[in-house]
Design a protein around this ligand. Structure first.
Ligand code: SF4
Length: 459
């Protein structure tokens, strides 16, 4: 693991006590609500199997479905732009914005826009961007990226909210209702003034060229419907074959994301406003972003493209719970982030993200579309170690062989007892042992615990 990555995590682990406290409570609540919402279904497991099969089939036909989606969307009056990478995607958005001399942009939460760094590009081009999702607005005011793909500010407590909103002029009580009302008024004033609305896309229905955009705050509807120009930015894997597939995925998305049977708003958009429509944008542009996704197609990690961005694997992940999304320093965090980021980003340390996992498999169990995340993390680790030298590979092979034997294990540092054993281990094992507690066990008790996997406790 690179020293930058290690340093970042050490800082998060050492200084993140309150973060872990707030995050842990929220993630526990989300996980409980997810389980309860799935339990309400007659046969949630069958639905998850169906979702897996539908995603597998659609991603296997991705080029064909994308082409059909683009044809149908254009036939409905939309302009479709294909962007090979972030630079092309930003250029496409800025070209449309410049053509309309846009100055104020209202924007709904979108992870792909985060991925391509759209806000800073728009601001550099002279535009003001207002995030209209409440949590995303708080993060924008605070100068922080989102901490979670579903809840951008779910690590913030009431004190944080009061501090952040004070920067926008709030001087009321520490009361969530009053703060939300303040935010609502600020948004409402901006929507009619905006020249351009930008949203992400949850799903794109190939058979009709329709965009499906979900939200709980109604802001995506305001961003897509009020300004005269709407730009929807989507990762190319968002495409689904049919309305039947959309139906299944929407049902699982809201349940897995926050335990709702449905989000408050499901916006279905086919083309821009028509002559008989009273409202809606005069122009709709759809920017379809590749940015490394083609490299996932046909790879051993293709199933990562099945992801519906529900965030359930983040909530279940013990590593995410310790360091939060900012510990990854990437757009996508948690298990799915650790799998896809090495394909989407060439930043230093990206290839090492699969090591941000205990491989406990909790992510795989939580995933509504049954992506075998722990296997994809292992595949990512194998890719990351392809460059290791012969000496390093031999050392790790010997270590694995030795510690696979209970007697040798007992004779090694682990058998000497904690905490002295950690300091007795030679490098690089000394670093590895930091943050872990070695438990001394002998004889039958030791063997029994070894078999049960209890010998090495992670703290
Ligand atoms: S990998 Fe699965 S659990 Fe994680 S965000 Fe994607 S769909 Fe949700």
């Amino acid at each position: 693991m690179s020293s930058a990555l290690r340093e970042r995590n050490r800082a998060m682990l050492e200084g993140g006590g309150s973060l872990r406290h707030v995050l842990g409570g929220t993630l526990d609540a989300l996980d409980e609500r997810r389980t309860a919402a799935l339990d309400e279904l007659d046969d949630a497991e069958r639905l998850r199997d169906l979702a897996r099969d539908l995603r597998r089939s659609s991603i296997a036909r991705l080029p064909e479905l994308l082409e059909r989606f683009a044809d149908r969307a254009e036939a409905a009056g939309a302009h479709v732009h294909f962007a090979a990478d972030g630079q092309e995607a930003r250029a496409a958005v800025i070209a449309v914005a410049s053509e309309h001399a846009a100055r104020l942009v209202t924007k709904a939460k979108s992870m792909v826009c985060e991925e391509i760094g759209l806000n800073s590009a728009l601001e550099a081009a002279g535009m003001r961007v207002l995030e209209t999702d409440l949590g995303e607005w708080a993060q924008q005011l605070d100068g922080e990226p989102p901490i979670h793909i579903v809840g951008p500010a779910l690590h913030k407590d009431l004190t944080d909210w009061q501090r952040v909103l004070a920067g926008a002029g709030y001087s009321g009580p520490s009361d969530p209702r009053a703060m939300t009302e303040f935010a609502r008024k600020a948004m409402r004033a901006a929507f009619p003034e905006a020249d351009l609305g930008i949203t992400g896309v949850n799903f794109a229905v190939s058979e009709t060229g329709t965009l499906a955009i979900v939200s709980n705050e109604g802001n995506a509807r305001m961003c897509s419907g009020v300004p005269s120009v709407h730009i929807a930015v989507m990762g190319m894997e968002r495409v689904v074959a049919s309305w039947s597939e959309l139906d299944v995925l929407l049902s699982l998305l809201s349940r897995s994301a926050n335990g709702q049977s449905s989000t408050a708003y499901v916006n279905l958009i086919t083309g821009p406003r028509r002559r008989r429509d009273e409202q809606g944008p005069e122009e709709l542009h759809i920017v379809i972003v590749d940015n490394g996704r083609s490299d996932l197609l046909g790879s051993d990690s293709q199933e990562a493209l099945h992801c519906i961005r529900c965030g359930a694997c983040l909530n279940a992940c013990p590593v995410f719970r310790h360091v939060g999304g900012h510990g990854y320093a990437t757009t996508y965090s948690g298990p799915i982030g650790a799998v896809i980021t090495p394909f989407l980003s060439h930043e230093p340390g990206a290839s090492e993200l699969p090591y941000f996992s205990s491989l406990c498999g909790a992510c795989t169990l939580a995933c509504p579309v049954r992506i075998p995340l722990h296997e994809l993390l292992l595949a990512g680790r194998a890719r990351a170690t392809n460059g290791a030298g012969a000496a390093e590979r031999t050392a790790w092979r010997l270590w694995a062989h030795a510690w696979s034997n209970a007697r040798v294990y007992a004779l090694s540092g682990a058998g000497l007892g904690a905490p002295a054993s950690a300091s007795l281990l030679p490098p690089p094992f000394r670093n590895w042992s930091k943050g872990r507690t070695m438990i001394r066990r002998r004889g039958s008790t030791f063997r029994a615990r070894w078999k049960k996997g209890e010998v090495l406790d992670r703290t």
